[in-house]
Ligand binder design. Structure first.
Ligand code: E4P
Length: 211
């Protein structure tokens, strides 16, 4: 499973880029707003730090305007993936962008029928939101499993980005379900490295080495 970083914070992206295992980044309007910066300014910096797909979300709502906005975003860099919401206008947008060769990431996916529709429209990526599904009392892990099964049934080329990841259990569930990618907040990426037995074991080895 490829690991993307889910943030618009440049310092965190810079740190994570040095690890060499982060293959892409995703942003959304909330993450951009948190940084208090313009979307295009943030995106231009991210593409310099990570050599892989970088998702930038459209802010318009109609198909016509989303397509225009997407064309502008795509001009910023070859690695830009245009993030489009799972709406009727969004699906029509994905369909048009797919014909233009512009990569898309359909966001706010919460069900198999939505995922199917996005795959049929030619989405490059879809982002089912694990954490928000759990918040609503359902299982984000089951959603990823079902979407992976549906995609395998029909051989769609659309890749699944497990999104809205809040903890290590989500990472594990996404990987076991066979998600192609997980987009993960910086704090959870850091936790992926840490295990108390690793810390304790290292201390024992270091003490032994001193003797
Ligand atoms: C990524 O593409 C999503 O926008 C993000 O993972 C949403 O996460 P949240 O549900 O924690 O806001």
């Amino acid at each position: 499973m490829k690991l993307f970083i889910d943030t618009a914070n440049i310092n965190d992206i810079r740190t994570a880029s040095r690890w060499g295992c982060i293959k892409g980044a995703t942003t959304n309007p909330s993450l951009i707003a948190k940084e208090g910066r313009k979307l295009t300014d943030v995106i231009k910096e991210i593409v310099e730090l990570i050599d892989g797909p970088i998702s930038a979300e459209v802010q318009e709502a109609s198909t016509e305007k989303m397509v225009e906005e997407a064309k502008e975003l795509a001009k910023l860099h070859k690695n830009i993936v245009v993030k489009v919401p799972m709406t009727m206008d969004g699906i029509a947008t994905v369909s048009q962008l797919s014909k233009l060769g512009i990569k898309t990431n359909v966001t706010l996916v919460f069900s198999v029928p939505q995922a199917l529709m996005a795959c049929e429209a030619g989405a490059t990526y879809i982002s089912p939101f694990m954490g928000r599904v759990d918040d609503a009392g359902d299982s984000g892990a089951e959603l990823i499993e079902k979407i992976m099964a549906m995609i395998a049934n029909y051989g769609y080329e659309t890749e699944v980005i497990a999104a809205s990841i809040r903890n290590l259990a989500h990472v594990e569930q996404a990987a076991l379900a066979g998600a192609d990618i997980a987009t993960i907040p910086f704090a959870v990426l850091e936790k992926m490295v840490i295990h108390p037995l690793t810390t304790a074991g290292l201390q024992i080895f270091r003490d032994a080495a001193k003797k």
